[in-house]
Ligand binder design. Sequence first.
Ligand code: URA
Ligand code: CA
Length: 436
Amino acid sequence: MIITELIEKKRDGGEMTAEELEFLIGGLVNKEVEDCQMSAFMMAVCCNGMTDREISDLTMTMMRSGDTVDLSDLPGVKVDKHSTGGVGDTTTLVTAPLVAACGGTVAKMSGRGLAHSGGTLDKLESVPGINVEQPLERFEQIVRETGIAVIGQSANLVPADKKMYALRDVTGTVKSIPLIASSIMSKKLAAGADAIVLDVKTGNGAFMNTLDDSRKLARQMVRIGDDLGRKTVAIITDMNRPLGMAIGNGLEMKEAIDVLQGRIPLTDPLVSVCLTLGAQMLLLSKLAETREEAEEKLRDALVSGRGFMKLKSMLKAMGGDTRYVDEPELLVRTSRIIPVYPVKSGYIGSIDAKQLGLAACLLGAGRLRKEDSVDPAVGILMNKRYGDRISENEPYAYLYVNNEDRLDEALALIEAAVSISDEAPAEMPLVYDIIE
Ligand code: URA
Ligand code: CA
């Protein structure tokens, strides 16, 4: 096969065969295909799309580009969840322990923050001592003993995606349903779960901004899962505002602990989305027959404190200092806490979640460049939600700050991201759709 002919074929709207995709992906990994050639091919995919068959074949080829994890020695249905990325969105740290407390087996590989969105690994690392890079044998052992482990992706899992993602990041080819769907699903499939629950975010803080695009992405990923023999469900949830109140790694870990210790009401949006996600995980694990039964089990695991104990056991097994779990205030100690006041009284009329995520990055909660390190304690703690009434002398947020170098910039972003309206804004759903 001749690489330029494959690029030209996709450029002209052709459909790639499985062999052609293998040639491209294999060539990328062993450096026979050059970065510029892969970039040109991916731009052609962005412009011309791919058929369902091509997307499944691409995903399979990417999955096989490196190690795959075999969890078949572990008993029961191994269930994973994945979010397409959001702001103030600490669902894994709440949902995974609750599912494990209901008898589920959660063996999960997570990522770091990407652009403005947070990542579970960075949140886990807010607990001193924790090691997220566990060898696979230890990963399996922790799952066997506690029912739950959330670790970093092993170095050689889907190397094709690492290269493709880095190229997409700098060639304007991130936003493509075939490329996003194959990127996410190749990693989920390689990580070995039998069943996958996808949380597809939609709105101003998500990678897919419209409901229509989010639905297309969700359907595509569910189809890939089905084609490749893993039970997959996608839930489309709102990201036109942060889901929880905390944006920042220690702040989000503390929020998850507060939820699991019953300090946050069950009607809270974060808890509500976690129950929806967890219910699908229990259904796919055959640990409940109906959504109502599944949610009841999860609420019971929360209220009884069994979910909290699961989180604590997992953090301890990974080397985390459990004093920080018992006293989560220790996670968020900063030199200053700065209140942010509205310009006038009114309602929180809209929130640009992406801009809040970027502001948290400026404070040091996320990376602006690949090599940046994060400060686990800093970030933004919202004091008001979308739709809440607020008066001039009430802060709508608190900034947890250590390094003040870019504080003014962060403040300007936050002030532009939160608008105050005279009338209460329309209610927005939290969950738009469940796609099976
Ligand atoms: N997350 C991924 O892992 N890949 C994408 O392409 C987008 C979000
Ligand atoms: Ca993510």
